[in-house]
Design a protein around this ligand. Structure first.
Ligand SMILES: C[S@@+](CC[C@H](N)C(=O)[O-])C[C@H]1O[C@@H](n2cnc3c(N)ncnc32)[C@H](O)[C@@H]1O
Length: 212
């Protein structure tokens, strides 16, 4: 069991309830690197895709706009997903499966769907406890079908040491290979300097893996 799961939840709810979306230090008007990596998977438009720690990311509306039809958005923060739904409006938001869950907690099969693409931008790096990373990996392995893809972007080794007041673990593609283990093959990776709304730069690593 997690020692204090509510504190993470409250932390993120407070952020999403008090800040404008386009002021968030991770806001992207256009999710260009993620979109490119998802397109490179060449899956059909009805393939199941999950965005882990989706927050109020513009990726969801972007994917709907590209014609993807089977999208799930999971986040620990109810406030984030409520905002994300209201940005999309009633019609579009009904096309998305919204899952309010801590990815490091026990989630039953019916709540986390089987997916062909697992996408995570800036979530794994917040898991500083090994047990949390193990639970994340357990959920990932349960969800991603054989030959499915895992896209993870995280702060690079020369990236920030903290984000939104929380400690992070920084990665490169080698570290992410070690994390995912032998049943995943690295297909592509690149470093990317994200420009924050404040003008600051944050180095990220982006990776795309395929499950054997
Ligand atoms: C830095 S934000 C990134 C949001 C989004 N991926 C993006 O690129 O705009 C991190 C997100 O992860 C969510 N999050 C943090 N810990 C989580 C957990 N254990 N389970 C699920 N979501 C989590 C937060 O609520 C927040 O929306």
């Amino acid at each position: 069991m997690k020692s204090n799961p509510m504190s993470t939840n409250e932390h993120w709810n407070r952020i999403y309830s008090t800040k404008m979306t386009n002021e968030l230090g991770w806001y992207e008007a256009q999710p260009v690197p993620s979109r490119g990596l998802i397109q490179n998977c060449c899956v059909s438009k009805d393939s199941p895709i999950i965005d882990i720690g989706s927050g109020t990311s513009t990726l969801i509306s972007d994917l709907l706009g590209e014609g993807y039809e089977n999208i799930s958005a999971l986040d620990i923060s109810q406030a984030a997903l409520s905002k994300a739904k209201s940005f999309l409006g009633e019609h579009l938001s009904k096309k998305v499966q919204w899952i309010i869950k801590d990815i490091t907690s026990e989630i039953d099969d019916f709540e986390i769907p089987k997916v062909e693409i697992w996408h995570d931008r800036a979530v794994l790096h917040f898991l500083v406890d090994e047990e949390d990373r193990e639970r994340y990996l357990f959920q990932l392995k349960k969800a991603v079908v054989p030959a499915g893809y895992v896209i993870i972007s995280a702060f690079a080794l020369d990236g920030a040491e903290k984000c939104s007041g929380l400690d992070v673990v920084r990665y490169d593609s080698r570290k992410l290979c070690t994390f995912l283990g032998e049943s995943f093959t690295l297909i592509e990776s690149f470093n990317y300097k994200y420009s924050m709304p404040s003008g600051g730069k944050r180095p990220f690593v982006y990776t795309r893996f395929q499950r054997h």
